[in-house]
Design a protein around this ligand. Structure first.
Ligand code: KG4
Ligand code: ZN
Length: 333
């Protein structure tokens, strides 16, 4: 069996093909980042138009990559939310039309559940219960994933998401958009203890996050120093900020594993590509006898393979859904 997955929730047009053993047969991603860079963030109207232009060639490219014909697809999965309305509608319309013309089932899936499924691609034998830390541009949540994909929210951010914090602080430092990957690269050569940025809500058994204070601290710090000093210490500031974000993510995840009596943590979403987060989380998990699992980096950011994967995983477990409506503010838990 093969599931074709379509992702168009934000600024990536992507199509992935996954078989019933959760092997990725193809994954094609077109990133719109260069289109939005001049504006310093995603412009929804530009995003929707670009998805419309790229969706057909990207699906064709995925089929070509796997050397398969569209008629060999057994079901179609697409992101129905959360995300930007125009971009979501493009993917949904395309998926529904494809399903109708092929006479194959179509499943609208939750984008965040898709991120979770990127961990199933890393270990197809992985079964809940487990703890999921989702860290993306719009979300920072600790979720208990039970059998049958029953979700319990353990904690989430009160304000900015971790990725948003990387992006906003990077913008303050003039690093471009999205700043997360650039900032983390700069951090590698920096002094992680150069500035002691605040760790918000750092009490035991508090699983809520808050990152907006970090952004304000960075802004205040930059405003009180000369531009020459800031550029001379760019790597140190990046390293100090990355450390503040990662330390709090690691600490709360380990405490949540303990309090929920779970053994496995999966870390997913765009920020899960971060090398320092991977290294620190892995080391702390091992130290406390837990397992931390990360998706392959190419499935950390938004991609069609993870959307196909959650459609396929649901199907394998008798949990298929038939919700086709687009919902920009769809919640996970
Ligand atoms: O999951 P994603 O691709 O899109 C959303 O659904 O939001 O996540 C994008 C976020 C952006 O904020 C980006 O800066 C961040 O992930 N990101 C990173 C890294 N790679 C991507 N943040 C820190 N370090 C990275 N290596
Ligand atoms: Zn995402």
């Amino acid at each position: 069996m093969i599931t074709l997955g379509i992702e168009t929730s934000c600024d990536e047009t992507s199509c992935g093909l996954v078989n019933d053993r959760l092997q990725v047969l193809a994954n094609q991603v077109y990133s719109q980042i260069p289109l939005h860079t001049p504006y310093g963030g995603v412009v929804p109207e530009i995003a929707a138009r670009s998805h419309l232009e790229k969706i057909d060639p990207i699906v064709r490219a995925a089929l070509a990559e796997a050397a398969l014909d569209i008629a060999q697809m057994d079901q179609i999965a697409f992101t129905r939310g959360p995300g930007l309305l125009g971009p979501l509608l493009v993917g949904a319309s395309f998926a529904r039309a494809l399903g109708r013309s092929l006479g194959k089932p179509v499943m609208g899936v939750n984008h965040l559940e898709g991120h979770l499924a990127s961990a199933f691609l890393a270990d197809p034998g992985l079964e809940p219960p487990l703890l999921c830390l989702i860290v993306s541009g719009g979300h920072t949540e600790l979720v208990r994933v039970g059998e049958g994909l029953q979700y319990v929210l353990i904690g989430k951010t009160r304000d900015d998401a971790a990725g948003e914090c990387f992006d906003k602080c990077g913008k303050i430092l003039g690093l471009g958009y999205p700043a997360g990957p650039i900032l983390s690269q700069r951090a590698e050569s920096g002094n992680r203890r150069f500035v002691d940025f605040p760790r918000a809500l750092d009490q035991r058994d508090n699983f809520e996050f808050s990152f907006s204070g970090l952004k304000s601290s960075m802004l205040r710090y930059v405003e009180t120093q000369t531009p020459d000093f800031i550029s001379a210490h760019e790597a140190d500031l990046c390293a100090s900020l990355e450390t503040a974000i990662v330390e709090i993510l690691v600490k709360k995840s380990i405490q949540a594993l303990r309090s929920e009596r779970l053994e496995t943590l999966v870390v997913v979403g765009g920020v899960s590509a971060n090398s320092y987060l991977r290294a620190r989380m892995d080391a702390e998990a091992k130290k406390h006898g837990f397992r931390a699992l990360f998706p392959d980096r190419k499935y950390s950011g938004d991609n069609g393979a993870m959307i196909a994967a959650i459609g396929q995983w649901r199907c394998n477990h008798g949990l298929s859904t038939a919700d086709l409506e687009v919902r920009p503010s769809l919640r996970w838990v």
